[in-house]
Design a protein around this ligand. Structure first.
Ligand SMILES: [Zn+2]
Length: 207
């Protein structure tokens, strides 16, 4: 009997894994000297959609989902102490003023399937703040909510957050396989930072 109860508890723990800073929320993405790599405190980051090569147009519906990811991170600026605001503009333009972040839709086969990829580019000397970041999202994404999740997740990578493979899909926007939200789900997963994410961002990148 005890064995069965323990097994049920183990399964419950696995299926409903929480996100806990200092436990299963991974350590921050850092520079060689250990400095978390993120936008400068109070940065005003311009974001925009950039046409890739080949150019894959992003539907108006999915653009709304992308905007939601940015809006939710901006709304968390005081909660996580970053002060970082994301404003839509002409990001990706070589002449755009730093800092900026661009979103480009790419063929699903060129990145981790059904997901996104972020390449942050930061200063090569302290304080290692990000100058710009290039985000690629899969053209297999066709649900607004899921696009908001992927965008919110990729922005998280510019706030020094890393993938959480053991966190429940609704406990952190950094949820990743095997606990990633169901692909193209209409509701599963978050569209912005959770309290766990904001706590981690505050303690690491913006103490
Ligand atoms: Zn990720």
């Amino acid at each position: 009997m005890t064995t069965i109860v323990q097994l049920i508890m183990l399964l419950t723990t696995t299926l409903h894994a929480q996100c806990t800073v200092g436990t299963n929320q991974p350590p921050p993405f850092v520079a060689n000297d250990g400095t978390p790599i993120a936008w400068a405190r109070n940065a005003s980051v311009t974001w925009g959609i950039t046409c890739g090569s080949p150019c894959i147009p992003i539907s108006q519906d999915l653009q709304i989902g992308i905007g939601t990811g940015f809006t939710n991170w901006s709304a968390a600026a005081s909660t996580n102490n970053s002060g970082v605001q994301f404003t839509q503009g002409s990001a990706g333009d070589p002449n755009a003023t730093y800092p900026w972040i661009s979103i480009t839709m790419v063929p699903d086969s060129t990145i981790t399937p059904n997901a996104g990829f972020t390449q942050p580019v930061w200063t090569q000397s302290p304080p290692y703040t990000i100058g710009y970041a290039i985000v690629a999202v899969s053209d297999a994404i066709n649900v607004r909510h899921y696009m908001a999740f992927v965008t919110g997740h990729e922005i998280g990578h510019t706030m020094a957050l890393q993938n959480c493979t053991s966190c429940g899909d609704n406990t952190t926007v950094m949820a990743s396989a095997p606990n990633a939200p169901v692909f193209n789900a209409a509701a599963d997963g978050l569209e912005g930072p959770s309290s766990c994410d904001n706590q981690q961002v505050n303690q690491t990148a913006y103490p």
